[in-house]
Write a protein that binds this ligand. Structure first.
Ligand SMILES: [Zn+2]
Length: 458
């Protein structure tokens, strides 16, 4: 790979093709009238928030806008309790509310909220063909600047298409005042980019050998996410303690990773096998005492699990862990039956069985991948070990940032977390270390070593 250069925020914005402006700073809502004039050419807004984010940001923004002569055409505030869900009917509510405003074609919908409010209004604005503006209230996810919305449909989370915000204004004082669990969630989502990077290195190589959905490394998107990542993580570590500089760095890093998605039109730069673990738990509605676990906290445990898996797979300089005795690559029918058993009773069953069949490579491609990775094992292993953090270092970093460390903290057990690897490998075609281990026959051995370990996920 060529030497890596860290692009400036302006360069990242230029590479993102939907978002035009990102303002971050204390009391930066003073920039809102200027943003509306420059990027939207409109002087009327519709505000959406929930009870908590209205108090944290909505009221403040409304006052600034009114003072500047911007017309507030309407306000929709979802209740603060129970916690707002990203359900499709909430999008319908917003679409109806906004479209009932006279001349609504000329207003700008403004979301004052965290991930959920933002996702709901992002999709509502898209359906109404209106460019929207985002006022994030917590550095909790990378999704603010993504081009899709994560919505619960037919019982599980799906990313549905919609345009990213044309501009964002993130008030550092608001972000720093967010509940600590939201900032630590954002930290976990940022830490996941370490594994997204190692999986991308593997996918890049496997893709050249014929693996499906194994995108080649896109230099611009890679440089937006990877070279600055460790520095951003170290600067963000006190975000959950309300440190303004830390939360500023965390939000900026999350926003930029979102721009890398806008640039590539896939989530490849920001999400790998660690997100596959979290997607399985999303399907299972993982919650603690009835409260849903945040995306970032699921991703945190997913990142620990994926780091353990990757570490074991690349443990030896001589090659991957050997397959169990008597190992044989399953036929398509056997593979589909295995996926069917693993997702029996799940709403996702039919889709996963189809995916498991689709992603099973023919013998020739599987042999080519096996031969090439064995032939260049030392080189690829060095690259991966340079990309990931040793498990202990990652765990310490997550601990310092207030993230969950034990599976039990998010309603899982150690056994269930490790067992998730098998299901995580089946749900998407997107190539990751889970697929490589499976294609090389090492999957079961890695899982056994993970189970027997006195360090991983303890
Ligand atoms: Zn994420």
């Amino acid at each position: 790979m060529k030497p890596q250069t860290i692009p400036t925020l302006a360069e990242c914005l230029a590479a993102a093709d939907q978002t035009r402006a990102l303002v971050i700073g204390e009391n930066c809502y003073g920039d809102l009238p200027g943003l509306l004039q420059k990027h939207y050419g409109r002087d009327t807004v519709y505000l959406a928030a929930d009870g908590s984010t209205w108090k944290a940001a909505g009221e403040k923004a409304k006052a600034v806008l009114e003072e500047a002569g911007i017309r507030i055409a309407g306000v929709h505030i979802f209740p603060a309790e129970p916690r707002l869900h990203a359900e499709y009917y909430n999008i319908k509510t917003l679409v109806q509310a906004i479209s009932s405003v006279p001349d609504h074609e000329r207003l700008v919908p403004v979301a004052a909220g965290a991930g959920t409010v933002n996702d709901l209004l992002k999709r509502a604005a898209f359906e109404l063909k209106l460019p929207y503006l985002c006022l994030p209230t917590a550095a909790s996810v990378d999704g603010y600047t993504a081009f899709g919305a994560s919505i619960l449909m037919d019982g599980f989370k799906q990313t549905i298409p919609c345009t990213a915000p044309l501009s964002l204004a993130a008030d550092t004082a608001v972000l720093a005042g967010a509940p600590a669990y939201l900032s630590s969630s954002g930290f976990g989502d940022l830490a996941s980019k370490i594994i997204a990077g190692s999986d991308w290195i593997l996918a890049d190589k496997a893709g050249r050998l014929g693996a499906p959905e194994a995108h080649a490394i896109n230099e611009t998107a890679w440089n937006m996410t990877q070279p600055g990542l460790m520095d951003y993580l170290r600067r963000s570590v006190n975000a959950a303690k309300g440190d303004k500089d830390a939360v500023n760095a965390l939000f900026e890093a999350l926003a930029i990773t979102g721009f890398s998605m806008q640039h590539m039109k896939t989530s490849r730069p920001v999400s790998g096998s660690e997100h596959l673990f979290s997607h399985v738990w999303e399907m299972e509605d993982l919650s603690v005492n009835g409260v849903p676990v945040t995306h970032g906290h699921k991703v945190t445990i997913g990142t620990l699990a994926a780091t353990a898996f990757t570490g074991i797979f690349f443990e030896s300089p001589d090659g991957p862990p050997p397959p169990p005795s008597g190992y044989r690559r399953p036929s398509r029918e056997e593979r589909m039956a295995e996926a069917s058993r693993a997702f029996a009773g799940s709403r996702a069953h039919d889709g996963v069985v189809k995916t498991a069949a689709e992603k099973l490579m023919d013998q020739k491609t599987a042999d080519a991948i096996n031969d090439a990775f064995r032939a260049s094992w030392k080189e690829i292993r060095e690259k991966i070990l340079a990309q990931i953090l040793p498990y202990g270092e990652l765990r310490a970093l997550l601990q310092d940032s207030g993230c969950p460390l034990a599976p039990e903290e998010i309603g899982l057990t150690r056994e269930r977390t490790i067992a998730t690897a098998r299901r995580a490998q089946m749900i998407r075609t997107k190539y990751s270390v889970l697929d490589l281990a499976w294609d090389m026959g090492s999957f079961d051995t890695v899982i056994k070593k993970m189970e027997a370990s006195s360090i991983y996920l303890r």
